[in-house]
Design a protein around this ligand. Sequence first.
Ligand SMILES: *Cc1c(COP(=O)(O)O)cnc(C)c1O
Length: 439
Amino acid sequence: MRFVSTFGHGPAVTFRRALFEGLAPDGGLYVPDHLPRLSQGVLDDLSAKSLAAIGTEVLRLFLGDEIAERDLHALVSDALNFAIPLVPVEKAPQEVMALELFHGPTLAFKDVGARTMARLMQHFHDRDDTITVLVATSGDTGGAVADAFSGLSGFEVVVLYPDAQVSPIQEAQFTTLGGNIHAVAVQGSFDDCQRMVKQAFLDGQLRAGIHLTSANSINVGRLLPQIVYYFHAVAQLPHQDEPVVVSVPSGNLGNLTAGLMALRLGAPIEGFVAATNANDILPEYLRTGRFIPRPSRQTLSSAMDVGDPNNFQRIQTMYGADVEALRIDLSGGGYDDVDVKNTIRQVHDRSRYLMDPHSAVGYLALRAALDRRAAPATGVFLATAHPAKFAPIVEAIVEEPVPVPQRLREQLARRPRVTKLAPDLGALRHFLLSGQNAV
Ligand SMILES: *Cc1c(COP(=O)(O)O)cnc(C)c1O
């Protein structure tokens, strides 16, 4: 398997190179040069396979010529060492289930991609080299990547986040680890952070000074592991013969892109729903055929406050920029904070199921998609964060305390270490090259 740029100008490269380069030299994102189907034997046998076994089968399609199958299985088992259960939420009017992706160390789905990517980098790492992992976060990425690399020798991690725009819990997850983890509060928006990371990779001075790699959802090493849990979801379905609709709470569209890839690989899923908050760039594109990025707006589901979702390029590459073709596999819906609050309260009252604001967006879009259908279907929404991660918001809505896991309580009690920077490349370049980030 080779990996090519979405802009189509760079060379076709190995997975290893795409993993460490992050962004392709022409400024595009790496994608697999083709998407092979899983064998029918594997597809027929999904429900008998463990998460690690499914992970190995899926990732083998992309990495089989670069990592021995035994090593890959060990690596996937170590990365995905937590449950990803499919949990019943409601039976009527149509069956709704939650794929709970938040049982990893930072209580959000990004642990899946980040932990697998960190171990892939460790596998390929040249022992004499120090690699600086540069990551922009609107909330959850920073914690997941920081936790995934924390204490890993040969790696320094620099997390850029918009100052005062992430929750105290999210912030604690990447500002209190210390050691090889460095937090940078940018005096600007998440879009500024993303732009600075993109510029850093294209900056000659930085490329000459340090070995940089990315860990955002632009990194193909984070994207591919996310394909795995779509197969793990269908493996757990109670009615294997009913059509399945999957709703994906979306921001930068990494999760959704992985879902659409799973479809090409043969996942028995009828269609996907792109669930967004008020930052509804993709649902607008599906409606009008025009993709118009806007400055991001702040919402309760802050990890989805993205005004220019960067994985859109990958979706365009997969579908030949044909909105008609995309509409066959994907519908969309955007929901504002009032809808989200009402839904969290109603579902909790009705079913005692507690959702965080991101998962609630997924639930809302799923219900709308199921209501549009005539025939019965099983609906699955991805529960992307644990409600405790957004405890202050959720508690105010359901008027009950949300138990906070021990690990989080400890993190909140620790002392943060943060550097503040202006929202420009010059400030970031100085920070990275001055060695302030060295241990
Ligand atoms: C990152 C994140 C999302 C959005 O995922 P994308 O892959 O960026 O679309 C949704 N929910 C939560 C909790 C997140 O952390």
